[in-house]
Design a protein around this ligand. Structure first.
Ligand SMILES: [Zn+2]
Length: 391
């Protein structure tokens, strides 16, 4: 079957994330071109050597990079928590319990409302250069509400995560063991067909190490792959558990002991940092530097959710990681693209290489460094998802 080929030429600076193709870990090329064939990258190299194609797009000397891979987001919900944010910024502390506010609103919403919200947030993310996004359940906390969240999410992304163990459902406040039984039993059975991943919020006020282990083990038995909300608000067993069970990612990693850092560095578990959460809860940032220096693989993600991090901007996360978390611009951009792909165990996204999915972000800037250098500025010039121009 023949497809239309498009030559994107005049790329002033191309981030390939393929060290075999260019300079440094980002595999940087200057004066580059890319040929897209259907949904796939068919050729990458110097503009002067580019082959002919059906169509031609002139990047005008601007920077092209792989679309952002946002490996951690909570987008199936209803309601609004402006008042809670406002109160917190006026001096109140953050605790995991605020999730229950969104649970009540989400349960009360129709399928159509939830889907309209999700579609709006996915579109919002694409407009900012995100071409792969993960989406968790976790605001239903009943068998039916968790299953419908994942059913709806699966219409928008293959990266769906069962997070029935977000917090203990209000009905089980006096019986957390009974809730874990539900999450590992009937709820899991209803959700597993719509999910790729299983996740748990391992934290004081949510689920302890033993409960988290039970949730993840049950998911693994159903064919799901684990990822863990770990060590966000306090030190705890989440990171060690994630590494022990071969989780794709330990997310947050804000409070880490030296042993936690060493465990991540010696494992295939990605440390996914979510600076939007610390920003929005006025908390201490995780150290990207410490993890990178130890040899851990680091991803950056938005944690987009209505309570603790209501941003869908990967560019914002890159800027904060550079300014506040000791990461260089190159490291932060890698973490927001290739790092996210690792956290989702995806080989087809997060790079611009022959055979990879044609998920591309063109910046209104000459270099990817501008993502940190020009914080808060909308730099998206064009976005292609699987070769289709969407912005
Ligand atoms: Zn989260």
């Amino acid at each position: 079957m023949s497809t239309t080929t498009t030559l994107i030429t005049g790329i002033g600076s191309l981030v390939t994330n393929d060290p075999g193709q260019g300079a440094g870990p980002l595999g940087l090329l200057t004066d580059a071109a890319v040929v897209v064939d259907g949904g796939t990258v068919a050729w990458v190299g110097p503009a002067a050597d580019a082959p002919a194609a059906d169509e031609r797009f002139d990047a005008g000397g601007r920077a092209l990079l792989p679309g952002f891979v946002d490996s951690h987001a909570h987008l199936v919900f209803a309601g609004d928590r402006t008042a809670e944010f406002n109160a917190r910024m006026s001096g109140q502390a953050y605790s995991a319990g605020g999730i229950r506010t969104t649970v009540a609103a989400t349960r009360a919403a129709s399928d159509a409302e939830l889907e309209a919200n999700l579609a709006r947030f996915v579109r919002e993310a694409v407009r900012q250069g995100t071409t792969t996004i993960e989406c968790k359940s976790g605001y239903g906390l009943t068998v039916e509400d968790e299953a419908r969240a994942l059913r709806i999410a699966a219409g928008y992304t293959p990266e769906t995560t069962y997070l029935g163990a977000h917090v203990v459902a209000p009905e089980y406040a006096e019986d957390p063991a009974g809730y874990v039984e539900l999450v590992t039993g009937e709820m899991l059975d209803a959700c597993a067909p719509h999910a790729r991943w299983v996740d748990v919020f391992c934290e004081k006020g949510a689920f302890d190490g033993e409960q988290a282990r039970a949730v993840l083990m049950a998911g693994i038995e159903k064919g799901l792959t684990p990822r863990v909300h770990a060590n966000q608000l306090t030190y705890g067993p989440g990171v060690q558990l994630a590494v022990e069970l071969g989780a794709a990612s330990a997310d947050h990693c804000t409070h880490l002991t030296d042993e936690d850092v060493a465990a991540l560095a010696g494992s295939a578990t990605v440390a996914t940092l979510l600076p939007g959460a610390e920003f929005s809860t006025r908390a201490e940032y995780p150290s990207g530097r410490r993890l990178l220096d130890a040899g851990a693989v680091v991803a950056l993600s938005t944690d987009c959710n209505p309570g603790s991090s209501f941003t869908s901007s990967m560019a914002f996360c890159v800027a904060v990681a550079v300014r506040e978390m000791g990461m260089t611009p190159d490291e932060a951009v890698w973490a927001a693209t290739a790092g996210g792909a690792r956290a989702l165990r995806r080989g087809d996204v997060g790079t611009v290489a022959v055979g990879s999915r044609a998920d591309l972000l063109l910046l209104d800037a000459p270099s990817h460094v501008h993502l940190a250098y020009r914080p808060g500025v909308p730099l998206t010039a064009a976005v292609w998802r699987a070769g289709v121009r969407e912005v």
